[in-house]
Design a protein around this ligand. Structure first.
Ligand code: ZN
Length: 233
């Protein structure tokens, strides 16, 4: 195998490793991103709190009604007990019973309103809870799949790194140094394929001297424009 072919294969291997490493990085970012999950949990928490508060308002109103009913019953009991004979006092008691009866009617209306508010908030809380559970299940499922993919990728990257080490060892040092020096400036592609007469990376056609040198396999020949090492496959 010529040095150029060996370098080209090394480059392909390195690009493959870079792609896999990028995917691992993206997976890590995705695994860390639980924003959707946190948002739906916060929404659910707020909905549950609103529902509980509405439930408490209903219970308070029921207690108030019960206490009002008890008060009226006591007033009525006294009114009809025959114990009170003073007409002024009897009239006052009669008015109190009437007032408590009107009050009960107002409170009943209020209770109905609060109950229907509570029912609406309960429905909403049930919806947000279901959404929150769905989001959690989805996140867990996705995380599981991502972790599996990451594991496979990591394993293949390790294998490829070991292969790279062997490949580098088999390339003459000077050739590898030349390649390595160009790597950063050439965006990890120091070797370019020549198609017809043009460098496939920068697209520039090469003159006949370059073409002849490549066709004869005369060592490393560089692209006249981008300087990459040219290879004819
Ligand atoms: Zn070029």
């Amino acid at each position: 195998m010529s040095d150029v072919v060996a370098l080209y294969r090394l480059q392909e291997l390195e690009l493959d490793i870079i792609e896999r490493a990028k995917r691992i990085k993206a997976i890590n970012a995705q695994l860390d991103d639980d924003e959707a999950l946190r948002e739906s949990a916060a929404e659910n928490e707020a909905a549950q709190e609103s529902y509980q508060a509405a439930e408490a308002r209903v219970r308070d109103m029921e207690l108030e009604i019960a206490s009002s009913v008890e008060k009226r019953q006591n007033a009525e009991t006294r009114l009809y007990s025959g114990e009170v004979t003073n007409p002024k006092e009897l009239q006052d008691m009669q008015l109190e019973v009437e007032s408590l009866t009107r009050r009960k009617s107002v409170l009943d209306d209020e209770l109905q309103k609060l109950s229907s508010e509570r029912d609406e908030l309960r429905d909403k809380a049930e919806e947000t809870e279901a959404r929150c559970n769905e989001a959690r299940e989805l996140h867990e499922r996705e995380s599981k799949e991502l972790l599996k993919e990451k594991e496979t990728l990591t394993e293949s990257v390790n294998q490829k790194l070991a292969r790279r080490k062997k490949s580098v060892a088999a390339i003459p040092e000077e050739s590898f140094k030349t390649y390595n020096r160009m790597r950063v400036a050439k965006s990890n592609r120091p070797v370019a394929v020549l198609r017809e007469k043009a460098c496939t990376i920068c697209g520039i056609e090469q003159n006949s001297i370059v073409i002849t040198a490549i066709n004869r396999g005369e060592g490393m020949v560089n692209c006249q424009n981008c300087g990459r090492i040219l290879i004819r496959l």
